[in-house]
Unconditional design. Structure first.
Length: 179
């Protein structure tokens, strides 16, 4: 995973729990004094062990933690990539453009990024079907990113995780409904 994702997580932890908490998490997972650079890649296991440690010390189930992080991550990415996110004038347009516009731009900006495959279908006027497929199984992060995107456009959505790779499905299906 790119350093930018670790930076967002670091930001969130420091903002909500202070720098000592972040330092002690890095100590706990034997990464003391690790400094993450945005465009550089770091092992996925490193991110997962940090997330697990946060879940352990805060006593939060991992799906909830990862979903909350995803929501924060959207704001972080929207801020660090304003030119990409400002191309969209609605929530639906942005969700429709995740693969074809956003992640396509990401491939130009970062070398060899690890991105999911995301396809979007409109099921009717106020709901979308988002199909998430990635060996990293970060579907809860996707949910959070979608909630973050909704907040960015001032709309409220509900997400139903209709099928999930964590429960044996080959990919995840998220039904996103505007409320
Ligand atoms: Mn995007 C990684 C989904 C919006 C830039 N993105 C990921 C991952 C998911 C994801 C999930 C984690 C990798 C994986 O699962 O295989 N991203 C989304 C969704 C939205 C989204 C569902 C909107 C909703 N992403 C954005 C925006 C940007 C962005 C906006 C920036 C302009 N995404 C990234 C970058 C990575 C990433 C950068 C990290 C790639 C890597 O670590 O190699």
């Amino acid at each position: 995973m790119k350093g930018v994702v670790f930076r967002a997580l670091e930001d969130l932890v420091i903002e909500q729990h202070g720098i000592q908490t972040w330092d002690s998490i890095l100590d706990q997972v034997n990464l003391s004094d690790r400094y993450y650079l945005g465009p550089q890649s770091y092992p996925d296991e490193e991110l997962f062990s940090i997330v697990q440690e946060i879940g352990r010390i805060l006593n939060v189930p991992l799906p909830d933690l990862i979903r909350g992080f995803g929501q924060y991550l959207f704001g972080y990415l929207a801020n660090s990539h304003k030119d990409i996110v400002s191309q969209f004038d609605s929530f639906e347009a942005l969700i429709k453009g995740i693969d074809s516009v956003i992640h396509k731009e990401v491939k130009k900006l970062y070398s060899e990024p690890n991105l999911p495959s995301i396809s979007v279908d409109f099921s009717n006027s106020d709901s979308l079907i988002v199909v998430y497929d990635s060996p990293r199984k970060l579907c809860f992060c996707s949910e959070g990113l979608i909630y973050g995107a909704a907040a960015h456009f001032g709309v409220t959505v509900k997400i139903e995780h209709q099928q999930c790779a964590h429960h044996g499905a080959d990919k995840c299906i998220l039904l996103v409904r505007k409320v």
